[in-house]
Design a protein around this ligand. Sequence first.
Ligand SMILES: Cc1cc2nc3c(=O)[nH]c(=O)nc-3n(C[C@H](O)[C@H](O)[C@H](O)COP(=O)(O)OP(=O)(O)OC[C@H]3O[C@@H](n4cnc5c(N)ncnc54)[C@H](O)[C@@H]3O)c2cc1C
Length: 500
Amino acid sequence: MSDKSVVVIIGAGLAGLAAGVYAQMNGYRSHIFEHHSRPGGVAAAWRRGDYLIDGGIHFLMGHRPGQPLYDLYKELGAMDGGRFLDMPDYGRYFDEVSGRSITITADLDQLAANLRAISPADGRLIDELIAGVRAMQGAGTFDMSMGEPPELASRWGSVRLLWRMRRVLRYFTGRYARPVSDYAQRFQDPWLRRLVANLFLPEVPYWFVLMLLALLAERQMGLLEEGCPGFVHPIERRYRELGGQVTYNATVEEILVEDGRAAGVRLADGTQHRAEAVISAADGHTTIFKMLGGRYADEPTRARYRDWQLIKPTFMVSYGVARAFDREPHVSMFSLARPLKVGAHVVDMLVLRVFNYSAHFAPAGKTVIQASFDTDWDYWHALHADRPAYEAEKARLAAEVLERLEAHYPGLSTQVEVTDVATPYTTWRYTLNCRGAYMGWLPTSKQLMTSLPRTLPGLADFYMAGQWVVPGGGVPISLLSGRDAVRILCKRDGKPFVAR
Ligand SMILES: Cc1cc2nc3c(=O)[nH]c(=O)nc-3n(C[C@H](O)[C@H](O)[C@H](O)COP(=O)(O)OP(=O)(O)OC[C@H]3O[C@@H](n4cnc5c(N)ncnc54)[C@H](O)[C@@H]3O)c2cc1C
């Protein structure tokens, strides 16, 4: 390849933008084609009247100087946007049945005391949990989840990583590698069982929760002062400043293949764009089975797309409220005394984000609050075929959720100025993520520990990036996957990878 060879990138989500920035830094001429009218993919926000509804990133890991992730954000220009605010705590859990509540604080002594106050009988398990979190602190566990793709992995790199993590290796086996929901069953108190199982997703391994709490304790979790736009737009700006080109409202339908090499793309409007390499940072299923017609899917790939679990899609209702929520935590998890019924499913846990930590989301004295819960793709997909029924169900749930919240915030219903509902179908419409899976693969132990290839057998000059090649998704590893795609490209071209 010549130094100025053209690289087409599919998708201007965080992975696609990162791939674009590094492609430009490394002397390629890149062009991103994006299905939606704006950058960011699932890291999305939209205006409703005076309110900014942020439907994406909640917290960012490694936002402080001195961390490898901080350097990554800096390279990408993300630090030129809004500030990152230290997350004071992970959030508050509230059990509507018993009236008990607990704050998951960054102070581990306080956290232990809070947990013991709920269930003194579970003291031994609480000590074990806190000891696990302390062990994870500073152990580089997050680096492990950012491991090298197979195309770049070396035995020496793996040995180095294992050596760095030798203190905590035992936490990645046995009961610690079981889903946290299994581990939680050991607690005697029923609400504590529920709480521990839902510290993140019930399916994640126990070690994942220990790692999250360790990052919290190290103050390595930050909130975005300006929401997703304050993170996404500076990266897109950096990309353009480096000479990158991006076209929105441009849906790729086919990846052109000639003589076993990716040679460009064909868009939905019929235009073709030639390239010497193609990076897809779009949904994996569409990329492999539609854009490439399934011709380069080997058996492991087919098995993965057939058998692996996806993250459950979400129903999200945001309210712009003429009320200050000054002393409220930025997130609360309510175990509902009166569950909601959605299709065949019962929803008994509501997550409430309160955007009270920055003036960026609402005018003075007003606040955006946002409730969400896991839901079922098939239900919403089928319902969407009957538009009036779909709209009626959105309205019903927005009203029912508000009614549940009214019990916690009396008078709330009369203060709502704006209501905005996003269903799994909304996620799909704007990002084309398979079955509305906004973070790709479910982060189970097995799926998290599998390092997925970024290339397909039999197809040269083609690379993948984004959350469908880094199980569990999330901002850091999605960005890194864009970087890795360009590292692989540079390796092929026999030139050193640069990051400036
Ligand atoms: C509500 C929510 C909360 C989250 N909270 C956090 C958090 O707290 N911390 C964290 O680290 N992560 C969080 N995440 C996850 C994180 O935002 C994602 O994992 C990450 O942004 C994924 O980026 P991506 O580029 O891989 O994928 P995507 O954002 O899905 O980008 C893919 C892009 O490709 C485009 N595309 C698809 N098909 C085509 C096509 N045919 N042609 C052209 N373009 C196409 C899409 O439109 C999209 O823009 C959250 C996500 C959501 C939705």
